[in-house]
Design a protein around this ligand. Sequence first.
Ligand code: FES
Ligand code: FES
Length: 176
Amino acid sequence: MNFTINGQSVEVEADIRSSLLDLLRNSLGFTGTKKGCDQGACGACTVLVDGERINSCLALAVQYQGRNITTVEGLGSDGALHPLQQAFVEHDGFQCGYCTPGQLCSAIGMAREIERNIPSVVTADLSADSVAINERELRERMSGNLCRCGAYNGIIEAISETLVKTPAASQERARA
Ligand code: FES
Ligand code: FES
């Protein structure tokens, strides 16, 4: 199977039945992406595929051949944290950190959805030129990513500061 992962072309032989999550973790050693529930309920396994967020535990790896996949290892560059990672640190957005890779990838994917004016179920005005972003919108859009430690307030603060106030930060490094 062939993929581009974090900007690098990768070829790997693996069981044709592998999920993308298992392929990333077990065959390729990208253990930053976490396995929480392994059934699409927690968001810990979220990665970006061509810039869009997916639950990699529900994805059959073979179906994603030739695609650009970004894991948490690919967010920062040259030893520097991605601005959202830095904001998580500054806002105490993680405790055990197990959900953090998925939260980061999901938030970056979410920001792109907002930039494309995709509404959520709590968007009040569907005819508006751009989605009005408030905390309710962010919490709804991030509701697929669970954090058992309850670091949600810090996570929302970090996302608000990084992706909403400076949306350009959401566009780089996803390597779509
Ligand atoms: S491990 Fe994929 S959603 Fe929980
Ligand atoms: S920081 Fe522990 S589960 Fe989120």
